[in-house]
Design a protein around this ligand. Structure first.
Ligand code: GLN
Ligand code: ZN
Length: 753
């Protein structure tokens, strides 16, 4: 029951952890490289946490999430908390070594699988559980971070991932229903809540984002039982169950009946409708996620405040919050001095979102007069954005309307015959996914160009020499279809965004993608126009160095959309088709420059899939249309490849065939080829390259191991359709690992031929 003396008004659901200038990323990488020790790493981490806690407290949050810090991933942290690390790492004595072995593998052990966190571009590590897993509580991290925050005088609210979400996100090794393990987990959560209360926590946030997915009645009953039981504990903090990335729907009234004190609802996804439908929530603190943590637009107070008042009218006590953790927002707009001032005034990054939350909370609780001036500034910015001509380009809109529904000319089997004649490739052709290691020389050249110490001509010359090296290396290794290696690309989306009108780039807008990998999503603010060719000179140069085919390398419309901060003023589908047209123009130019194979990467196709089944068909329809439009401009003799970064296709398996790409490369090394059977079952009969080298780990796979994988693949796919490739781009790896691995990959393909 909600205690009126124990509520709060302004919070966020989680905080970013990489550091305002990626300090944590650098420290972890230094630790891996042996340049600093564990104590040195812990010092950097503690310093970052303390500075951040004081910053957000001073910004006016009166309840602050703690424990969302992580050295790698919050789901892995939960596996540690619950004693559920895989057996293969449990023998590793040192705690950090064990942790990082589970995350990234080492010479002896394979890492946990990695997959997308709901419909975001964050990746989590998938816990491996079975009926035999023995759970045990290891609460050191949450307790230590709580104590640290309380010592700083911060109103700390520990955050843990809830038992339902943990079990639903885990992989069942023996096919057993993991939710049946809930009775084994609940006592540990009870114990944890007791310990947190004892240590001084007045609230605890239990994250249950899985509750925004479709749940069966049985699952809803399990949710009810679990939280009722936790609510019945006597000595515990008030419980806030946090949902995000979607609407709770039927789960909201279920939660409301359990006796917990708070529910966080995602208003960015329209969750206010669920609150109204659930009726009076008098005994509940509704933590209203009105400020979108997964996008960057400044909020319109004139639409936000009435919605917040609506919740209050429904009977709830209301706190203002972000819709999800600020893990997904860049830290602050402050360093973005290069952003055009007009566009900058439309934006809110992490620090600005916290200020918006404070502003809305004050306006809600103390009245608008208290903050009239700030509200007016926000209104002006929102109005200005709507009126900008770059958001309403008539030419682009007419072209999109005229191009809808475009596809390739001949059916796939006719194209296959034509391409075979033109390309004359061996059986089991070997290739890579596009990027080669981004060496320190490459990064240095990019840094020097941006500092102005070298000019564009010098930069281009250095990139050409990288390309020449990579082409020579691939020829020497004996690969069949070469790539230029993508040295000129900082990032597969950013690179295109920088050259397309309608996008803006940030200088420091980093967010964590996985582990120490961070990305800087561009901001897609206006209508999309391609003023000039973007990749042709690099691909054409690479092709001029070899008689083997060089694959042109583009990023697909859905992925560009998924990895950018996107417009919220028009349907996603409309934006996707605008991007598709720009990519189509590029494929036509590549073809004219003599490129015979073009890969259009769509690693994010699945990530954008709506979490609720009812919304999925409409998404897949426009996503597939956009891809087909982007590849519809080339001749049938030109081979279109695509690359998808995962292998559990589930609901999208039909859409993969619908893309109609001549060859599709997928991730399979970590998931052991089960995927090919699924593809067969869905009637997929195009070229396919299941990854046989796991590039997420530094391990070099042996020739025999690759041969075994290919042998398994050949049981499911005829040799005529099978390609041999790593499971993703090589940019994060070292040249020595890559060279050794690719040699083994080519040797394995040759042995099988
Ligand atoms: N072509 C890209 C690369 O190799 C694909 C990367 C990806 O799928 N994320 O880097
Ligand atoms: Zn990939």
């Amino acid at each position: 029951m909600l205690n009126p003396d124990n509520t709060f008004t302004a919070t966020v659901l989680g905080l970013p952890r990489i550091g305002p200038n990626r300090e944590l990323k650098r420290a972890i990488e230094s630790y891996w490289a042996g340049r600093i020790d564990a104590a040195g790493l812990h010092d950097v981490a503690a310093g970052l946490r303390a500075a951040q806690l004081l910053r957000v407290r001073d910004a006016g949050l009166d309840s602050i999430p703690v424990g969302t810090f992580s050295y790698y991933d919050q789901v892995l942290d939960t596996a540690v908390l619950l004693g559920a690390l895989p057996e293969r790492v449990q023998g590793i004595e040192d705690e950090l070594d064990r942790y990082f072995a589970a995350a990234r593998g080492n010479a002896e052990v394979a890492p946990l699988e990695m997959t997308k966190w709901f419909d975001t571009n964050y990746h989590y590590l998938v816990p491996e559980l079975s009926a035999a897993t023995r759970f045990s509580l290891h609460p050191d991290k949450p307790l230590a971070e709580l104590k640290e925050a309380l010592a700083l005088g911060v109103p700390a609210r520990p955050v843990v991932i809830g038992p339902i979400t943990f079990l639903k996100l885990a992989k069942s090794l023996d096919g057993s229903d993991l939710l049946e393990r809930l009775p084994d987990l609940l006592p540990l959560y009870e114990q944890l809540l007791g310990l947190l209360a004892e240590a001084g926590a007045r609230w605890v946030q239990v994250d249950e984002p899985s509750l925004v997915t479709d749940l069966t009645d049985t699952e809803l009953a399990v949710v009810h039982t679990a939280y009722k039981r936790l609510a019945e504990l006597s000595a515990r903090p008030s419980i806030l169950v946090a949902s995000y990335f979607g609407r709770l729907g039927d789960a909201l009234p279920v939660l409301a009946r359990t006796g917990i004190e708070g529910i966080a609802v995602d208003l960015a996804a329209g969750g206010d409708a669920d609150v109204s439908a659930a009726g009076a929530l008098r005994e509940t603190l509704v933590v209203a996620g009105i400020v979108n943590g997964y996008n960057v637009w400044r909020i319109d107070p004139d639409t936000a405040l009435p919605r917040l008042r609506g919740l209050r009218a429904a009977g709830a006590t209301v706190a203002v919050s972000s819709s999800c953790s600020l893990l997904h927002s860049p830290y602050s707009l402050e360093p973005e001095t290069r952003l055009e001032p007009r566009l900058r005034s439309w934006l809110a990054f992490g620090a600005e979102k916290i200020a918006e939350i404070r502003l809305l909370a004050t306006a809600l609780h103390e009245g608008q007069d208290a903050v009239a001036e700030q509200l007016e500034i926000a209104r002006t910015a929102v109005r200005d954005r709507r009126s900008d001509a770059r958001l309403h380009n008539a030419t682009v809109r007419a072209r999109v309307a005229g191009a809808a529904g475009a596809t390739r000319r001949a059916p796939a089997d006719e194209r296959r015959a034509l391409q075979r004649q033109r390309l004359d490739l061996p059986l089991l052709p070997t290739t890579t996914i596009g990027s080669f290691p981004q060496t320190t020389q490459i990064r240095a050249a990019r840094a020097e160009l941006s500092r102005g110490t070298i000019d564009q001509a010098e930069y281009d010359a250095r990139m050409r020499s990288e390309i020449a090296e990579v082409v020579a290396l691939q020829e020497e290794i004996g690969l069949d279809v070469l790539v230029h290696g993508e040295p000129e690309r900082n990032d597969m989306v950013q690179y295109f965004a920088e050259q397309l009108d309608g996008f803006a780039a940030t200088t420091n807008g980093w967010v964590q993608s996985y582990g120490t990998r961070c990305v800087r999503p561009p901001i897609l603010f206006g209508d999309v126009v391609r003023p000039a060719a973007m990749t042709v000179r690099w691909s054409a140069y690479a092709q001029s160095l070899t008689t083997k085919p060089v694959k042109g390398m583009l990023t697909g419309p859905v992925t560009i959309l998924a990895w950018s901060y996107i417009r919220d003023d028009q349907p996603l589908a409309d934006t996707a088709l605008q991007i598709a047209l720009a990519i189509r123009d590029e494929t036509v130019d590549l073809e004219a420059a003599g490129i015979a194979i073009i890969q259009v990467d769509e690693p994010a196709l699945r990530e954008l899939l709506p979490l609720r089944r009812a919304d999925q068909a409409a998404y897949l329809e426009w996503a597939v249309d956009a891809f087909r439009l982007s590849t519809s401009g080339v001749a049938d003799t030109t081979q279109i490849h695509t690359h998808l970064c995962y292998s559990e296709f589930g609901e999208i398996i039909g859409a993969i065939a619908g893309l109609d790409a001549d060859v599709t490369s997928i991730e399979a090394a970590r998931s052991h080829m089960e995927v090919l059977d699924d593809l067969n079952a869905a009637g997929f009969d195009l070229g396919v390259g299941p990854g046989v080298y796991d590039i997420h780990s530094p391990r070099v796979p042996a020739t025999e191991e690759i041969q075994t994988s290919l042998g398994l693949a050949l049981k499911a796919v005829p040799a005529e359709r099978l390609w041999v490739n790593p499971d993703c781009g090589l940019k994060t790896r070292r040249t020595a690992e890559v060279t050794a691995s690719l040699r083994n990959l080519v040797a394995a393909a040759r042995a099988l031929r």
